[in-house]
Design a protein around this ligand. Structure first.
Ligand SMILES: *Cc1c(COP(=O)(O)O)cnc(C)c1O
Length: 392
């Protein structure tokens, strides 16, 4: 009954590198700069204008971007920072580096994003100003309601860092009916992106911080490179052309020129990638209609960036389906193991039972292959195997 034969592994996500991408990297390797040259500001400008944001600061990876945001917000040991358990652990770790006390807010059962009703309950149960920052994640590519978050931020006095690592190219609609690009920071203090190969823009490693706040931008840009500046306006004295000052304890979180060139080349295909991902999602949705499979929730007014295509199946079937697909060379993935159940976060006092919706989600979720270069034939093969598993 198997109609399609596929003999190569199909993973849940995969980068696409075109001849144009390779050309861009090769040209950069032959240029005068391998780091700290023109390609980095070029990407920053391209990305900022694509998103419609004033400032972009490209860094070595998404985790570094989160760490720099925490530094720019002056997070201190014991400061309370709220994030979601259904994310890559870096969303929390970036703030832990500075000793923040991480609070995990449970997710919404439909969108899998931080549940803003629950967030409001958490905020209301403590004096205003208790929480220093809130870090929601546009998980799987689904944009969070940044406007509602902003209103809460104004009421309760916290800063917002949106982890947009899954959602470049995604958008949502605000209450005035205006389309808002993910990462434009119209309603947020800071946003962060990752350019890990499994993400939309695959630069090998890489990350970016966006903001409309000049002061925050200056801070992350300074901390990106050791806290060193040569800006004559900022120097406390000036001994001559060679002179620079280290004014803060920063890091080396720089990215290379060839990674920036690769990222710029890929940025040109981002809209195509989002469109293609949505096409793939639609085909899955259709194919799974009569199966005991829950397909991803969508609301009108949003453009889902579909970093991941996540289905929910009965907890008794999930491992079986995962193993069955693996036997057939399909490497579906379970994303994510709730962060608060990680041994490290348990060692800080977090417990199972803290976020029941997230924990239940974890028993059901499975990310199927989703990336723009997935061929129709490969997708048909995946669909066929899922159907066969359920005996259809
Ligand atoms: C990938 C990712 C990060 C971290 O990015 P790196 O570039 O791998 O450091 C942070 N948050 C989320 C949600 C991610 O998916």
């Amino acid at each position: 009954m198997d109609k399609i034969m596929i003999n190569h592994p199909i993973s849940y996500g995969h980068q696409l590198i075109t001849d144009e991408d390779i050309q861009a990297v090769v040209e950069t390797l032959k240029s005068d700069y391998l780091t700290q040259g023109p390609r980095i500001p070029e990407f920053e400008q391209n990305f900022a204008s694509y998103l419609g944001v004033n400032y972009a600061c490209m860094v070595s990876n998404g985790t570094a971007a989160l760490h720099l945001c925490a530094m720019a917000l002056d997070i201190k040991p014991g400061d309370k920072v709220i994030t979601t358990p259904i994310t890559f652990v870096a969303s929390a770790n970036g703030f832990r580096y500075l000793g923040a006390d991480i609070v995990f807010c449970d997710i919404d059962a439909n969108t899998y994003l931080m549940d803003l009703d629950k967030l409001e309950q958490i905020l209301k149960s403590a004096p205003k100003g208790t929480y220093k920052a809130v870090v929601p994640v546009d998980f799987a590519g689904y944009p969070i309601d940044e406007e509602r978050l902003h209103n809460l931020a104004v009421e309760f006095g916290f800063k917002t860092v949106i982890d947009c690592c899954h959602a470049p190219g995604g958008s949502w609609t605000d209450s005035k009916g205006e389309k808002q690009m993910v990462g434009n920071c119209k309603y947020a203090d800071l946003s962060v992106f990752s350019f890990h190969p499994v993400k939309h823009i695959a630069a090998g490693e890489g990350g970016c911080i966006t903001t409309n706040n000049k002061e925050l931008y200056d801070k992350v840009a300074l901390y990106r490179t050791h806290g060193i500046t040569k800006d004559p306006d900022l120097l406390t004295r000036n001994d001559g052309g060679w002179y620079y000052e280290m004014q803060e304890l920063g890091y080396n979180y720089r990215i290379t020129e060839f990674q920036a060139a690769l990222a710029s080349s890929q940025l040109k295909r981002l809209d195509w990638s989002i469109a293609r991902r949505n096409e793939i999602a639609k085909r899955y949705d259709e194919a799974f209609k009569n199966l005991p499979v829950l397909t991803p929730f969508r609301e009108s007014g949003i453009t889902h960036a579909f970093h991941l295509y996540i289905i929910e199946v009965h907890p008794n079937k999930r491992k079986g389906l995962y193993d069955y697909l693996r036997e057939h060379n399909i490497f579906a993935q379970v994303l994510y193991i709730p962060a608060h159940t990680m041994p490290y976060y348990k060692s800080l006092g977090h417990k199972e039972g803290e976020c029941p919706i997230a924990e239940d989600y974890y028993t059901r979720c499975l990310a199927l292959p989703m990336y723009p270069s997935l061929t129709n034939e490969e997708q048909e093969y995946v669909i066929e195997k899922v159907k066969t598993f359920f005996g259809r």
